[in-house]
Design a protein around this ligand. Sequence first.
Ligand code: MOS
Length: 757
Amino acid sequence: MSIKYAEAEPATTDATKYVGRAVDRIDGPAKTTGEARFAAEYSYPDLAYAALVHATIPRGRITAIDTAAARAVRGVIDVLTHESTPAMKPPPKPSVLDLSSMVAGTSVNYLGTDEVHWNGQPIAVVVAETPETARYAASLVRPAYQELPAATDFEAEKHHAVPQKSSLISEASANKGDAPAALAAAPYAVDLTFSTPPQSHNAIEPHASTAVWDGDRLTLHEGTQNIPWTRRHLALRFGVPEKGIRILSPYVGGGFGGKGSVWAGTLLAVLAARVTGRAVRLALTRESVYHTVGGRTASTQRVALGAEADGRLTALIHTSVSRTGRTGGSGEQITAGSRHLYAAPNIHLQQNVVQLDLLANTFMRAPGESIGTFAMESAVDELAWKLGMDPIELRMRNEPERDPLGGQEFSGRRLREAYALGAERFGWHARDPRAGAMRDGKWLVGMGVATAYHPSLQMMASVTVRLEAAGTLVVRCGLHEMGMGTATVQAQIAADEMGVPLEQVRVEYGDSDLPPGPQAGGSMQTATAAAGVLAACAKLKRTLTGLARRAPGSPLRGTRPADVQARDGGLYAGGRGLTYKELLSAAGRDHVEAEVKGSTLAFMAKFLRERRKWVKAATGAHFCEVRVDPDTMEVRVSRWLGVFDAGTIINARTAASQLRGGIVMGLGMALSEHTLIDPRNGRVVNPSLSEYHLPVHADVPHIDVEWLNEPDPNMPLGLRGIGEVGITGVAAAVANAVRHATGKRVADLPITLDKLL
Ligand code: MOS
């Protein structure tokens, strides 16, 4: 095995390649100079500003809505309500035949109904000459309600959960052997109940839309993770041709799944622009994001493990309850990781779901897996305590050779190496295995580990690559740049494939006029786009080779195509060849272009075929050190190391940032994040960054990130997605370190000090 370390050295040692290097982000200068413009930063001469009015009851009907005071404010252009505004078309029912139907955040037809389905649902929109006027006037709108009984308290309602339905991509249950009997017979067992709270999306850029109509043509500046489905959805809702809608999304200030669906703000900005005839900007306040953009489900989970004295698992049980809204969201794949992690002969997994009168839940970085691994990896740690065994050793004894449920091969899995390298680098051998035995001054010191796991998927993308006479290579694909280096890594790939300097590659993205890209979700964008770029470059090379073999005077006349290489800015066979500039000039062309088209059917067929053969996933080993104040029981995370088996690393810098970002978000999940919902009325009571606590710099230690850089044999360029794997397992690693420091198992997130006193 050869291990290459990240960051200090490039992931590849091939100096002629860009893939693997720590290339600076192409969009870096635009962002640091403020030149990059986000959706709420586009001006139009007639720009008006919108603000939302939110319902204050969880369920019922609006019996009257008084807008007189709001309309009387100078500078108010219009107040849109269900009484005054033509309705949009209702959202389509979700269907696997049209994947874009899945993009509706909720099934509510905003302002098309007097019904209220959650506390915070938008029930009116004020459009005004300034944002301040719009917000002030919105505060003057007075609705009257007929209230209906509502179920909003997850704790009270979770007992009504029903078995979740499986979907094409995610199964909600699994059974192998007889897990309850094996658990009852096991000489060593743990049986734990976990709970995790709801969490809200807090991207640095709150959701914003700037909408401009010209007849039936719409231009929308929008930070989105899903340009093509958003466009299709808007065409359906507004009854206009899809071709007439242009979505521009060159910069997205973080997404994490919260910008993967079409939420009220987008629809109502477009509606307000349609109704008022003005260009309309709707930049949500942080509070409006909490009320209109779904977040992570609350969960309760049971993990029971039975083992022999040598640590070998005999029973693995993981069941869960998550919640949706009654008007949207879906049950989360909380037990998905538990399908693949441990070689237990008896397995029982069951996901359950309950509907509440709350805003729909939605994707939030590793939906399901992030909280599922908290429970599973905490339980494995607790079993290690029971057995008196090192928690890494326990995991290694149960590391499966093939998938524990399906029996498929792993498409590469180096979890053993990840743990071995991590243990060495982190100094695991220095850990005193006794609880509360390690101290630094007065601080209790604890060390914990946990496994990270996220499936590797790929969807479909259309891509064109064009070589221009001046030597520029243009890659065109409607990709999404949420800050992770999307354009940079695709430029690296294209530069390598065509043998041109990186500076000569331009990636065009973030625009619905481009060939449609994949959604930026499920950690699939990079692999999906890479497959498209590779295929388009191969096609372009074939075309160019054909031209080079025919062009008059070409040194490649008569060469076999198989001998022709794209390198050094041209095509070469042995010592002979010509630059692209010379080639295009000899062929009399100002550009040559190649195109590949993505197909949903082909994607589905490939997905279903491959699923039978391999289990593809990024995995990793988290190492966490905490310091706990013995007087206040305050927990500080003092050191972190994550070692990942994530396939080929395309860009050592952006990859390290992406993985670190996942770990930081996991620290929030572990220690502070909690959307507080008033159980009496379903109102989010902490919709702001002052009361919803994200980790700040002072909460985050230096985070070391390393990877094994072993290509996945069944993924494009051997790369696996890394957007989500970083967060999985993090909360468990913290909880396990806290257990080591204090002897206390906290199974209820977040781990606040009151739970340790
Ligand atoms: Mo992600 S939660 O698929 O953006």
